[in-house]
Design a protein around this ligand. Structure first.
Ligand SMILES: Nc1ncnc2c1ncn2[C@@H]1O[C@H](COP(=O)(O)OP(=O)(O)OP(=O)(O)O)[C@@H](O)[C@H]1O
Ligand SMILES: [Mg+2]
Length: 247
């Protein structure tokens, strides 16, 4: 190759990098402006549990001897503080996502880890979780903790969608360059109208949902040069997380 095409190639590479940086800056400023306009509803989300905690605290001196009150107190305060903690963690992840620290991660192992986390977080559901592992163990180039969060978020959404029970199937599929982890549920599905909005920050159809789950997942998967795909009908939903294979 002559030196002229060498220069062109490196110019092209430089331009591509600059474009990538610009896109990241744009995404960041969009996010901050969304956070700005959402500030009052975020404050509201935090204030509700705080008011519950404060009410119990105010009553504590006079009701300390009441055993039932003490029981309720520890239950409510714990639950509400956890809610604030979760919301603030999600907000931080959304506003300032951490750069992934890549390593070789075995997908089936990560699915197993997700199931362990899920069994802690959703003990009282009548959802059956079944896994279909690939024949061989495949690895992806990923930040273990971040992808584990993505898997947990997606699986939790499925479990929450099947409040009357159902089945969640987690399967791993592989081709030459990519590994797909698919979460299929037989819940009520997502309407066509909602399907266009589910990745928008703060979009939620749940009473106590922040609506940040999927937008954080999408950010993480994009930072991994991967892709999230959704298919939904009235008899169920399948989310696929597709990541570059690690060779
Ligand atoms: N498997 C699913 N089945 C049906 N609806 C789903 C499924 N996954 C996501 N959704 C819809 O997408 C919306 C957005 O999901 P997302 O995870 O971003 O927020 P959330 O679950 O409502 O709140 P959070 O994740 O903060 O608890 C949900 O409120 C729900 O309406
Ligand atoms: Mg969610």
């Amino acid at each position: 190759m002559d030196s002229k095409s060498d220069t062109l190639l490196s110019e092209n590479k430089k331009l591509k990098e600059e474009l990538k940086e610009l896109k990241q800056e744009l995404a960041q400023s969009k996010k901050l402006s969304i956070l700005g306009t959402m500030a009052s509803s975020i404050a509201h989300e935090i204030k509700n549990p705080l008011v519950a905690v404060k009410t119990f605290f105010d009553l504590l001196p006079t009701k300390y001897e009441d055993e039932e009150f003490r029981g309720n107190f520890s239950l409510v305060v714990k639950r509400e503080v956890e809610r604030i903690n979760e919301l603030v963690t999600q907000l931080l992840d959304f506003a300032r996502p951490k750069k992934p620290v890549f390593e070789k991660v075995q997908v089936d192992e990560l699915v197993k880890h997700t199931l362990d986390l899920l069994s802690l977080q959703s003990k009282d559901t009548n959802v059956d979780v079944v896994t279909k592992e690939s024949k061989e163990a495949f690895s992806v180039k990923a930040d273990r903790e971040q992808i584990s969060r993505v898997f947990t978020n997606i699986a939790l959404n499925s479990i929450q969608a099947m409040h009357n029970g159902g089945q969640l199937e987690i399967s791993t599929l592989v081709n030459k360059t990519k590994v797909e982890t698919r979460f299929s549920d037989n819940g009520p599905g997502i309407t066509k109208e909602n399907l266009e909005k589910i990745f928008e920050p703060f979009f939620s159809t749940k009473h106590k949902g922040s609506g940040l789950g999927l937008s954080i997942c999408q950010q993480i998967v994009q930072d991994h040069n991967g892709e999230i795909k959704v298919k939904s009908t009235s008899s169920g939903t399948a989310f696929s997380i597709i990541l570059p294979i690690y060779k």
